[in-house]
Design a protein around this ligand. Structure first.
Ligand SMILES: [Zn+2]
Length: 269
């Protein structure tokens, strides 16, 4: 995937060099942009749109790192090193087939621009405070954590059945929390500004996977044990693919669902 863009870049530099000899314009090749690709919007999921047309194969064309969910809201999705993992309500983990579909997914090609470590035992709230100190409040970032955790709580949920209720109502009855101890693994996700709050999850949103690929989910809280390595990638562009699924086309998204998002994500900023 790196070879073709490089060839194009060289070709465009050569072409612009020729063009420059015939005019006063200095053509500069466009910089490579760090793109957060997303299919559909968080407000759709909150409103009960649990089905979409995004396949895992398509999601992976737009990134090797990210998160989301699956059709019918059948568990949590974490995309790591180009592999999409599904963590179901019973806590089981499997590699999702390429044809599996999703109503909501976020991805980028992860290329960290800064790395830092935290050696003291920290909680998710401590990490959020540290990120708030280090990062620009109105910028957007992909975030990866690696390390060991004395304890960690992840969650998944039962799939919905039609007619789908709004997500807050579904989660009140169907969320499953997994209190895990001595968890070693990785978490992938995003740190996004408040103004993206109706299309994505503002603040820190992480999905985790254990090193042995046997546990994970939407990350709710943790206490680290030993060194935690945090890699950060600043994003330049958000590319939003609008769902063409009939459920999405029919749903009423006129009002703000911020409060139900806070209730579900448990990730205050
Ligand atoms: Zn999540």
């Amino acid at each position: 995937m790196h070879h073709t863009p490089l060839v194009i870049l060289i070709a465009s530099v050569l072409a612009s060099g020729c063009a420059a000899s015939h005019s006063n314009d200095v053509a500069v090749p466009p910089p490579r942009r760090a793109v957060l690709y997303q299919y559909s919007v968080i407000d759709g999921l909150l409103a009960g749109v649990y089905d979409g047309d995004l396949t895992m194969a398509e999601l992976k064309q737009h990134g090797d790192f990210g998160l989301g969910t699956f059709n019918a809201l059948d568990g949590e999705l974490v995309l790591l090193d180009g592999v999409s993992y599904q963590i179901r309500a019973d806590g089981s983990v499997r590699v999702a087939p390429d044809g599996e579909r999703s109503p909501l997914g976020f991805a980028t090609f992860f290329a960290p621009t800064q790395t830092f470590t935290l050696d003291a035992a920290v909680t998710l709230a401590d990490l959020q405070a540290e990120l708030a100190r280090r990062l620009h409040p109105n910028a957007a970032y992909a975030i990866e954590l690696r390390g060991r955790f004395a304890n960690l709580t992840a969650r998944s949920e039962d799939p919905g059945t039609r007619p789908y209720p709004e997500m807050a109502a579904h989660m009140a009855a169907h969320e499953h929390r997994f209190p895990l101890t001595n968890f070693e693994g990785v978490a992938a996700g995003f740190w996004l500004p408040p103004y993206l709050g109706r299309v994505n999850v503002p603040g820190l949103h992480l999905h985790c996977l254990s090193s042995d690929h046997r546990a994970g989910g939407h990350l709710l809280e943790f206490l680290s044990a030993g060194r935690l390595t945090i890699r950060v990638m600043e994003l330049d562009v958000v590319e939003l693919a609008i769902s063409k699924h009939p459920d999405f086309q029919a749903v009423d998204l006129a009002h703000d669902r911020k409060r139900s998002l806070e209730q579900i994500e448990h990730t205050p900023r």
